[in-house]
Design a protein around this ligand. Structure first.
Ligand SMILES: C[S@@+](CC[C@H](N)C(=O)[O-])C[C@H]1O[C@@H](n2cnc3c(N)ncnc32)[C@H](O)[C@@H]1O
Length: 237
C-alpha cells in the first residue's frame, strides 16, 4: 500500500468536514464549477482520485452518470456510500477500463500526487471518446505552495493528522509545464486557468477580504492563485 493511500484511509472519516462549513463550501464550490464548465453536462464521467465522491455527486445531480477511481479504499467506501455510484480501487496512472468509453474525465486536487502524470494523461486520452474532455484542478506552483512541503514535513514530524498533511512527493505545476504535459498526451484546445485565492484555511475576516479580491488575483496575479484548472479535448478524429 502506498503512503498516500494509507494517509487517505486514515482521514476518510473526517475528509468531508473541511468542506461542511461556509468557507469550505464556497472554496470547494468555486473549484467544482470551474472544472464542471469544461465538461459536457449529461455525459458519462470518470473522476480520478474521486475521494469521498463529492464531485461525482455534483455531476450526477446535474444529470450525468459518474464512475470513480481512487487509490484509498477508505475514501472509496465513503464515495460508494454517498450515491451508490460505481467506484474502483486503483492508481490513476493505470486505468482498468476499455478504450473510448467515457465522455469526460475529471480530477480534483489529486493530480499533484501522481508520480507519473504522463501515464495518467495517456490513459485518460485512451479512455475518452473522440471529442471527449479532460478537466483537472491541481495545486499550482505559487507563493503559498512553495512553503507547503516544509509545513507538511514539520506536520508529519509532529504527527498532525490533518487532511493532506504529510510528505508524499507532491508536485505543484507551473502553467506552461502542465500545458505541455496535456499537449504531449495529444489533447487539443488546452486551456489553463488560475483559480482560488480565498483559501478555506483563512480566518473568516481574512477569507471575506480574499474572496473580494479573488477575481482580480485569478486574472492578474498568477503567483498568488492557489490552484490551476486545466482542460483539453481529445480530437474528434
Ligand atoms: C485531496 S483528495 C481529493 C479528493 C476528491 N477529488 C475531492 O475533490 O474531494 C486527493 C485524493 O487523491 C487520491 N489519490 C492520490 N494519489 C492517487 C493515485 N495515484 N491514484 C488514484 N487516486 C489517488 C487520494 O487517495 C485522495 O482521495
Amino acid at each position: 500500500m502506498t503512503k498516500v493511500a494509507t494517509h487517505y484511509d486514515q482521514v476518510a472519516a473526517v475528509y468531508d468536514s473541511q468542506y461542511d462549513q461556509k468557507q469550505g463550501k464556497i472554496y470547494y464550490g468555486h473549484i467544482c464549477s470551474k472544472v464542471m464548465e469544461n465538461l459536457p453536462k449529461r455525459g458519462k464521467l470518470l473522476d480520478l482520485g474521486c475521494g469521498t465522491g463529492l464531485f461525482m455527486h455534483r455531476y450526477v445531480s446535474s444529470g450525468g452518470e459518474a464512475f470513480g477511481l481512487d487509490i484509498s479504499r477508505g475514501m472509496i467506501i465513503k464515495a460508494h456510500g454517498r450515491d451508490g455510484s460505481d467506484v474502483f480501487s486503483g492508481n490513476a496512472e493505470v486505468l482498468p477500463f476499455c478504450d473510448g468509453v467515457f465522455d469526460c474525465i475529471s480530477s480534483i486536487l489529486a493530480f499533484s500526487y501522481l508520480q507519473n502524470p504522463n501515464s495518467m494523461l495517456d490513459e485518460s486520452y485512451r479512455l475518452l471518446k473522440p471529442g471527449g474532455a479532460l478537466s483537472v484542478c491541481t495545486l499550482g506552483h505559487n507563493m503559498f505552495t512553495k512553503m507547503v512541503p516544509v509545513a507538511y514535513r514539520i506536520g508529519e514530524k509532529l504527527k498532525i493528522k490533518r487532511v493532506g498533511v504529510g510528505t508524499f512527493k507532491e508536485h505543484y505545476y507551473r502553467e506552461d509545464e502542465i500545458r505541455e504535459l496535456f499537449e504531449k498526451a495529444g489533447f487539443e484546445d488546452v486551456k489553463v486557468e488560475r483559480i482560488s485565492f480565498a483559501h478555506v484555511d483563512l480566518k473568516p475576516s481574512l477569507y471575506s477580504i480574499a474572496k473580494k479580491v479573488e477575481p482580480f488575483v485569478e486574472e492578474k496575479v498568477p503567483y498568488l492563485a492557489f490552484n490551476l484548472c486545466v482542460s483539453g479535448k481529445k480530437p474528434e478524429k
